[in-house]
Write a protein that binds this ligand. Structure first.
Ligand SMILES: Cc1ncc(COP(=O)(O)O)c(C=O)c1O
Length: 409
């Protein structure tokens, strides 16, 4: 079936007891069984079923099946947040002494996790420019266990050449882990781009309406865990085959860490998925128009949007995301005071730290999500003092343009 059909019907076979057309919210911690044997069989994996919602839950499971199908992956695990999903992948695969190679300019929360928490566990990180596979190649050592990039980095808006990075990962025998939050499977399926593990903050475009926090991990099935450097997953893969990583992630990492998604939130993600494809088309169209228009404004010193025809990433956006540069753009005014004055004047766009909402959101990254960084680092990350980040919503463009016009006046 085609993408939108799966996004509406995938992962749900209907509810024979009630006929509910939407996936019900199974708001329960535990599941009762008619016999001790029955419960023991499900616990041991001899029979299918749910025992406790920290481990699995039918609403979460429907979302996992739908996302796995949309990504064309072998399995999916949903988590309490995007950060929980990223943490789970790192904790599953990395041990003290290991290293990872990470794209520059990615989400500040992920950088903080890598530098502070992973660093504290003795896991090293080297950073490379997303669009320079040679820098990644030079950074890979015999200790490197994975490459980590975002499909469109938030907020630097750099776009990696995923095919090239996938080849490098293959040569090194390690997985390419891709945070595809900014693009979602509506713009590109991670597997088609060469990603081995895809991560989403479902909080963003998948939810789409800013109503819940969530994350997801998909194994695309392209990495051979049987030959991997990850001992526990490798041993499991020799018995469990291609599902080994998902099994390890669910039954060991997620179960023991307790990163479970709330079923109510998974319901909201399922509902969001139903309109993902048309929303992404509207987001991309509005972002492209806004980027072009902002460039014509005399007070705007610079506009960064990878979908612009003369962006250094235009060709790669064309190849990887069918020409859609996503919904996030940044623009620079004269200085911080001008950026704050402009931000304070928005009437329709909301001053808020989120992306992927149907509502247009504006933010001064340097004084918020990148406040911990020094000025030189912020500039390198594309979040200088004069920069405003916009997560472009799907309002009517004429209204958005009017709001930006009066805010810039
Ligand atoms: C690209 C990206 N990945 C991960 C996250 C973290 O997601 P969450 O806020 O759901 O934990 C974010 C949040 O902004 C993000 O932008």
């Amino acid at each position: 079936m085609q993408f939108s059909t799966v996004s509406i019907h995938g992962g749900y076979d209907g509810d024979s007891a009630t006929g509910a057309t939407a996936v019900p919210v199974y708001q329960t911690a535990a599941f009762a069984y008619p016999s001790a044997d029955g419960l023991a069989d499900v616990f041991a994996g001899r029979a299918p079923g749910h025992v406790y919602s920290r481990i699995s839950n039918p609403t979460n499971h429907a979302l996992e099946r739908r996302l796995a199908e949309l990504e064309n992956g072998v399995g999916c695990l949903v988590a309490a947040s995007g950060m929980a999903a990223i943490s789970a992948v790192f904790l599953a695969l990395l041990r003290p002494g290991d290293e990872i190679v990470v794209a520059n300019g990615i989400f500040g929360g992920t950088v903080s996790l890598i530098r502070n928490l992973l660093g504290g566990f003795g896991i090293g990180a080297k950073f490379a420019h997303a669009d320079a596979p040679a820098e990644f190649a030079a950074a890979i050592s015999k200790h490197t266990r994975l490459l980590f990039v975002e499909t469109i980095a938030n907020p630097s808006l750099e776009v990696p050449d995923l095919r090239a990075l996938s080849q490098l990962a293959r040569q090194a025998g390690i997985p390419l882990v891709v945070d595809a939050t900014a693009t979602t499977p509506a713009l590109a399926r991670g597997r088609d781009l060469g990603a081995d593990i895809v991560i989403h903050s479902t909080t963003k475009f998948i939810n789409g309406h800013g109503t819940a926090i969530g994350g997801a991990i998909v194994d695309t099935g392209s990495y051979d865990w049987r030959e991997s450097p990850f001992r526990e997953v490798r041993e499991l893969a020799r018995r469990a085959g291609s599902l080994a990583f998902m099994a390890y992630l669910r039954n060991r990492v997620a179960r023991d860490l307790g990163i479970v998604a709330a079923p109510q939130n998974s319901f909201l993600m399922l509902q969001g998925l139903e309109t993902l494809a048309p929303r992404m088309r509207l987001h991309c169209a509005n972002a492209g128009r806004l980027a072009e228009w902002l460039r014509t404004r005399p007070r705007v010193a610079r506009v960064v949007y990878p979908g612009l025809a003369d962006s250094p990433f235009a060709a790669i956006v064309q190849r990887q995301f069918a020409g859609c540069g996503g919904a996030i753009l940044t623009f620079d005014l004269a200085d911080r005071a001008a950026a704050f004055a402009c931000l304070d004047r928005f009437r329709l766009a909301l001053r808020a730290t989120n992306i992927g909402d149907v509502r247009t959101l504006v933010l001064h990254p340097a004084s918020t999500i990148f406040a911990e960084y020094d000025e030189a680092e912020r500039v390198a990350l594309g979040a200088g003092d004069a920069t405003i980040r916009v997560s472009v919503g799907i309002e009517d463009f004429a209204d958005l343009q009017r709001d930006f016009e009066q805010a810039l006046a």
